[in-house]
Design a protein around this ligand. Structure first.
Ligand SMILES: [Zn+2]
Ligand SMILES: [Zn+2]
Length: 407
C-alpha cells in the first residue's frame, strides 16, 4: 500500500475516525490478553528493569515486504528480495504477502516457495492480514496456522483476539493513517507501523496515533516497514509502470533495528514485542539508541522499550547515534514526553550524543521517546530513497514509567 500522492483531507478524516476509535476502545476485553504480558518491566516496587543492556545483539531488518505471491507486485521473487537483503547487510526479513491473494494459504505459497530459504538471514514467518477492516502484519518465529486467522477476519474483535492468542503470534497494525488502516481494536496489537515506506512525510498522522495510543496507557511498539512491492526488472522488457518504485522504495526504507537477546528469529520477535526497537531511514543510516539511568548511580540501566516504577527522583537520559554518522552538519534530537515536545538538542561528532535530566512523577504514567533529524545517509542500492526520506534519520521507542504491562 503505497500512494505517492495521498490526499491530505482524506488523512485528516481518517485520523478523526481513529481518534474516536481510540477513545471508544479504552476498555480492554479480558478475553484479549496478548503477548504484551511478556513485555519487559521491573517487578512492582523495584525501580530497576530486569533485562540486561549489554547481553544482546543489534539486528536490522524489514518487516513489510511483498513478493511475487502478492498479485500486485512485480519483478519481486523471493530470491531477489533475499539476495538484496543480504547484500545490504540485513539480519532478518519478514515477507508479508497479502493473505487474501492466496485464500489465506500463505503456508503453501510464500513459505513453501523453494526460494524461501537463507543461510545469512533470519526469515520470520508472517503475512499481511488483508481484510475489509484494514491491514495488519503477523510476525512469528515459526510457522503457524495462518488460515485460522484468515477465516475469522470478518468476525468480532473478541473472536479474532482469541484466535490470535491461541496462535501465539505478534500482530501489528499496518499504515495506521493510510488507506486500509487497521480497523480492529488496538488492544489486540503488539506493535504499530509508525514508519511506512520511504516517504517519511506521509507518516506524521501515524505518529500522532502512536502517541495517542501510548497516552492511553498502551505499551505499544513502534516499528517500520518498506511495504515494497516492486523489484528492479532483470531486463528492460520486464519493466512495469511501477518499476520506478524499486529505485525509491525497497527493502530497508526504512530499516527496523531490534536489540535481541540472541541471533534467533524468536529473539527478534520478542524484542519487537518488548519494544527494544528503533527505526532508521535505511540500513546505512545511524541507529538511534535511547537509555536512562533511573537511579542516578552513573550507569545507564534502562533502554527504549523498558518500563519501570517512577520514584519521584531525577532520571538522566542519554540519546546516542551509532554507525555511519555524517559529519557535515549536526543532528537534531527532539525528545517527546507524553506526546508533547520536551526539548530539542543538537549533537555531532563520530558518536553524536545528548543527555538530559527530568523527574518522572511517582504517580501517573510518563513516557519519553526521541526523533532524530539531520543529514541524509546515502543508500546507493536504492538511489532515489534519500531524497524522499529527507531529513528524517531515525526514531526510538519510548522509555516508560508506571505503565501497567497488563493494560
Ligand atoms: Zn497494506
Ligand atoms: Zn503491504
Amino acid at each position: 500500500m503505497i500512494n505517492f500522492s495521498r490526499n491530505l483531507a482524506q488523512l485528516v478524516g481518517l485520523v478523526c475516525f481513529i481518534g474516536l476509535f481510540a477513545i471508544m476502545g479504552c476498555h480492554r476485553n479480558s478475553g484479549m490478553q496478548s503477548a504484551s504480558s511478556r513485555k519487559l518491566s521491573a517487578p512492582s516496587g523495584d525501580p530497576l528493569p530486569v533485562a540486561s543492556l549489554t547481553q544482546g545483539v543489534w539486528l536490522k531488518g524489514d518487516l513489510h515486504v511483498h513478493s511475487r505471491h502478492s498479485k500486485e507486485s512485480s519483478n519481486n521473487p523471493i530470491a531477489k528480495i533475499l539476495a538484496f537483503s543480504s547484500k545490504v547487510g540485513m539480519d532478518y526479513i519478514c515477507i508479508t504477502d497479502h493473505d487474501n491473494h492466496v485464500d489465506g494459504d500463505v503456508a503453501h505459497h510464500t513459505w513453501a516457495d523453494p526460494e524461501f530459504t537463507s543461510d545469512s538471514l533470519l526469515l520470520l514467518y508472517g503475512a499481511e492480514w488483508t481484510t475489509t477492516r484494514g491491514h495488519g502484519n503477523i510476525f512469528s518465529a515459526k510457522p503457524y496456522d495462518h488460515k485460522r486467522l484468515f477465516e475469522v477476519r470478518d468476525q468480532r474483535d473478541v473472536v479474532v483476539g482469541e484466535v490470535k492468542n491461541k496462535l501465539g503470534i505478534h500482530l501489528s497494525a499496518n499504515h495506521p493513517s493510510g488507506k486500509d488502516h487497521f480497523g480492529y481494536s488496538y488492544d489486540m496489537l503488539e506493535s504499530l507501523e509508525v514508519w511506512n515506506s520511504v516517504l517519511w512525510s506521509n507518516n506524521a498522522n501515524a505518529i500522532m496515533i502512536w502517541d495517542d495510543m501510548l497516552s492511553s496507557g498502551r505499551k505499544l511498539t513502534g516499528r517500520g516497514g518498506s511495504d515494497a512491492h516492486h523489484g528492479l526488472p532483470d531486463t528492460p522488457e520486464l519493466a512495469t509502470k511501477n518499476s520506478p518504485q524499486a529505485k525509491a522504495n525497497y527493502v530497508g526504507t526504512p530499516t527496523t533495528w531490534v536489540f535481541a537477546t540472541a541471533r534467533t528469529s524468536q529473539a527478534v520477535v520478542e524484542a519487537l514485542t518488548n519494544g527494544r526497537v528503533s527505526v532508521s531511514a535505511n540500513p546505512f543510516a545511524p541507529r538511534v539508541e535511547f537509555y536512562a539511568d533511573s537511579n542516578q548511580d552513573g550507569t545507564m540501566d534502562m533502554m527504549m522499550g523498558d518500563n519501570t516504577k517512577a520514584v519521584g527522583k531525577p532520571v538522566t537520559f542519554r540519546v546516542k547515534l551509532t554507525g555511519n554518522t555524517v559529519a557535515k552538519e549536526p543532528y537534531t534530537i527532539s525528545v517527546v514526553k507524553n506526546g508533547g515536545l520536551f526539548g530539542t538538542f543538537q549533537a555531532s561528532g563520530p558518536t553524536p550524543t545528548a543527555e538530559f535530566t527530568d523527574t518522572p512523577p511517582s504517580t501517573g504514567r510518563t513516557y519519553y521517546r526521541v526523533v532524530v533529524e539531520g543529514p541524509a545517509t546515502a543508500y546507493p542500492q536504492v538511489p532515489e530513497s534519500a531524497a524522499l526520506s529527507g531529513k528524517m534519520v531515525g526514531l526510538s521507542n519510548p522509555i516508560y514509567f508506571n505503565f501497567d504491562p497488563n493494560f
